[in-house]
Design a protein around this ligand. Structure first.
Ligand SMILES: *Cc1c(COP(=O)(O)O)cnc(C)c1O
Length: 360
């Protein structure tokens, strides 16, 4: 068996320890005589998995009691619709458009309410996020939406805007659990699990309970109401059992590592390794402005498409996979989520240096 260093943006690499544990429990989960995938979601063993995952997420992120944690399906993309469907009162919301996903979120919200784009980075091909101090929001907006880390363009907000009256909604799909976060700054946080929390099929929503409404228009489907899932503790219907189980294992792994502060220190170290290399390289250069650089998705180019493609092949021959940039951004992207070890990033830097040496 040989595992590669996998820089895929999502689904992404998982901690090897988590995979080994899941493999060991695959045929017989702790004496149940069956796998978690085959178990009733009402079985005490599964309810324990669900409760433990929620408890661990709460303690890792410091989620206050007046927030509900929901384990849903439909991907982060379904939240692009659920957020406006559930949070609309005045029929307006403000969006910060800093990349493809926040653009999609804003477009989807237009189906339901009046969207004002409070800032867009489109002209600069999303190579930086706006300084948060200069932003203004409509005081009667139902919420302000932002994407904290832009997976495709490799940028992130390192500070949150003061939104005034409207509450803040954050798409944290590609940075959740990568560093400590002040949950109380948000009314709602959502994240697809397949980047930093586990496997595809699960979307986690953290919502302040007073934002969950019962008085929605009749046309809002039962499954698309936060109230449905909050009242049923995420067991209204069959939840994504295996994905919740895997998420639970990732959370346990993170706790064992020392929690989010410890994780953040490792993530800063990994990102610094790569950015420091890029900053002195004569062949590669980072595409994100230094003040907007993501710790999770690091985008870079050689400035020549053929050379980019040659580097991606060169890297694959050395066991480094998933480095091709998104089709809308081009170049390369190294997604170095929590599960990517420092050694993987070092291997990438060594590979870039070898490629650079061969160019001379
Ligand atoms: C991947 C991603 C999405 C889309 O997630 P799906 O689960 O595929 O719907 C949305 N937002 C961000 C920031 C992402 O990284």
């Amino acid at each position: 068996m040989s595992r590669v260093y996998n820089f895929n943006p999502g689904p992404a690499c998982l901690p090897e320890e988590v995979l080994r544990e899941a493999a060991a429990e695959m045929l017989d989960y702790r004496g149940a005589g069956m796998s978690v995938m085959e178990m009733s979601h009402r079985a005490p063993a599964f309810e324990a998995i669900l409760q433990e995952a929620e408890a661990d997420l709460r303690s890792l992120m410091g989620i206050p009691d007046h927030y509900a944690v929901l384990f849903l399906q439909g991907g982060a993309s379904q939240q692009f619709a659920m957020v406006p469907m559930n949070l609309s009162r005045n029929g307006k919301a403000d969006y910060l458009v800093t990349g493809s996903f926040s653009q999609k979120a804003a477009e989807e919200a237009r189906r339901f309410l009046d969207v004002r784009v409070a800032a867009t980075g489109e002209e600069g091909n999303f190579s930086h996020v706006p300084p948060v101090d200069n932003l203004t929001f409509r005081p009667d907006s139902d919420y302000v939406h932002l994407c904290l880390n832009n997976t495709i363009f490799g940028t992130r907000f390192s500070a949150l805007p003061d939104t005034g009256n409207p509450p803040l909604v954050g798409d944290l799909s590609s940075c959740i659990l990568s560093e400590p976060v002040d949950v109380s700054r948000y009314a709602l946080i959502y994240a697809g699990a397949q980047k930093n929390m586990g496997i595809a099929g699960l979307t986690v929503v953290i919502i302040r309970r007073d934002m969950v409404r019962d008085d929605l228009p009749d046309s809002v489907p039962t499954m698309l109401r936060y109230s449905t899932h909050m009242k049923a503790d995420s067991l209204y219907n069959t939840p994504p059992c295996q994905a919740i189980y895997m998420c639970g294992k990732v959370l346990r792994w993170l706790k064992g590592l020392g929690g989010l502060s410890a994780m953040a220190a490792i993530n800063r170290e990994k990102a610094a390794l790569l950015y420091d290399y890029l900053d002195q390289s004569r062949v590669f250069r980072g595409t994100a402005y230094p003040d907007s650089r993501s710790l999770m998705n690091i985008t870079f180019v050689t400035g020549d498409k053929e050379r980019d493609a040659a580097f991606i092949r060169f890297a694959e021959q050395r066991g480094l996979y998933g480095l091709k940039g998104h089709r809308s951004a081009g170049g390369m992207r190294a997604s170095i989520y929590n599960a990517m070890p420092v050694q993987g990033v070092q291997a990438l830097v060594d590979c870039m240096a070898a490629f650079e040496g061969a160019q001379a």
